[in-house]
Design a protein around this ligand. Structure first.
Ligand code: PMP
Length: 301
C-alpha cells in the first residue's frame, strides 16, 4: 500500500515524494532529522524530539520553515492520512536546493519531509536472548569537528561503524570517543548495570542526547536506582553485571556479549527486565494524541 508522505506542506503519494538533486541534504548531508515513535495512537516524547530537532537546526544555522505547533500538526496529519496508530516517524529538514558549492546561503528554501510508516519491530528473540555487539575500530566524531549532539543528515560516522558490525555478523557496535572512552553505539545509547547502579556516558563524551536515554534515566530514578553519568572504558563494559542499549527503534535492548565475551552471566539481567517493563508502561500511558482520522483523508488524494 502506498504511503502518503508530507513534503513541504502537502501530503503526496510516496512515489511522488521527491526532492531535487540540487538539495544540499543530498549533495552534502546538510540537514537535520529525527526518528520518533507513536504507540497506540500517541506520539512518544514529541516535545523532546522537536526540542532536539530545533537544537540540531540551530547547530547548523538552519531555519526550520514551520513553527513548533505547525510541525506537530504536520506530523499528526501525516499519521492520520496513513491511518497509523503504531508508527515510526522520520522527520527531515534539508538545507534545500542550492548550487554545487557548499555555501548554505545559496539555498533559499529548506525542505521538510515527514515519513510515517509501520514500525518494523526487532525480533522478540533479540529481547529474550539478548544481543551481541562489538567495539568498533571507527571512533565517534569528535565534538570539536562535528558534535554528535547534532542529529545531522550526515550519518557516515555511524555507517562506518555499521559496516564493521555487518562484517562481524552482530547487531550493534560500540563507538569509543577519540580519547578511548565509551561514547555510544551506531544508532543507540549505552547503559551498564554494576552493583545495582546504572552507568551511562555523559553527553560530554560526545554522544547523541537520546530521548530514550533520558526516559530510562528518569524511570530508573523513579525505581530508586542510582544513575551515574560517568566516563568509562571498554574494561568497565566487560566487567559489568548487565549492559543494555536504548533507542527509539530498539527501546531497551539487552546486550549479552561484547567482543565475544559474555556480560554478567551471558543472559539478559533483572535490572534491564525491570526497566523494560517500566518503559512499556510509560509508552502506554503518555504521549501526544494523534487524534481522529478525518474520514476520506486518504481517498481524497
Ligand atoms: N545514538 C545515535 C547515534 C542514534 O542515531 C540514536 C537514534 N536516534 C540514538 C543514540 C538513540 O536516540 P533516541 O533514544 O533519541 O532514539
Amino acid at each position: 500500500m502506498s504511503l502518503m508522505v508530507y513534503l513541504d506542506g502537502k501530503l503526496v503519494p510516496q512515489e511522488q515524494a521527491k526532492v531535487s538533486v540540487w538539495d544540499h541534504g543530498l549533495l552534502y548531508g546538510d540537514g537535520v532529522f529525527e526518528g520518533i515513535r507513536a504507540y497506540n495512537g500517541r506520539i512518544f516524547r514529541l516535545d523532546q524530539h522537536l526540542e532536539r530537532l530545533w537544537n540540531s537546526a540551530r547547530g547548523i544555522m538552519l531555519e526550520i520553515p514551520l513553527s513548533r505547533d505547525e510541525m506537530v500538526e504536520a506530523i499528526r496529519n501525516t499519521l492520520r492520512a496513513n491511518e497509523l496508530h503504531d508508527a515510526y516517524i522520520r522527520l527531515l529538514v534539508t538545507r534545500g536546493p542550492g548550487d554545487l558549492g557548499l555555501d548554505p546561503r545559496k539555498c533559499s528554501r529548506p525542505s521538510v519531509v515527514i515519513i510515517a510508516d509501520r514500525i518494523e519491530l526487532y525480533p522478540e528473540q533479540l529481547y529474550r536472548e539478548g544481543l551481541e555487539v562489538i567495539v568498533c575500530s571507527t571512533r565517534r566524531n569528535i565534538p570539536e569537528a562535528l558534535d554528535p549532539g547534532i542529529k545531522s543528515l550526515n550519518y557516515l560516522n555511524s555507517i562506518l561503524g555499521k559496516i564493521e558490525t555487518a562484517r562481524a555478523g552482530v547487531a550493534e557496535g560500540i563507538l569509543l570517543n577519540s580519547e578511548g572512552f565509551v561514547a555510544e553505539c551506531t544508532g543507540d545509547n549505552i547503559f551498564l548495570v554494576k552493583d545495582g547502579s546504572l552507568l551511562t556516558p555523559p553527553t560530554s563524551a560526545g554522544i547523541l542526547h537520546g530521548v530514550t536515554r533520558a526516559a530510562v534515566m528518569q524511570l530508573a530514578r523513579q525505581e530508586a536506582l542510582e544513575v551515574r553519568e560517568e566516563l568509562f572504558t571498554v574494561f568497565t563494559v566487560y566487567a559489568a553485571d548487565e549492559c543494555f542499549l536504548t533507542g527509539t527503534a530498539a527501546e531497551i535492548a539487552p546486550v549479552v556479549r561484547v567482543d565475544g565475551r559474555p556480560i554478567g552471566n551471558g543472559r539478559p539481567g533483572p535490572v534491564t527486565a525491570r526497566l523494560r517493563k517500566a518503559f512499556r508502561e510509560l509508552t502506554n500511558s503518555e504521549g501526544t494524541p494523534i487524534g481522529e482520522s478525518v474520514s476520506g483523508a486518504r481517498a481524497a488524494t
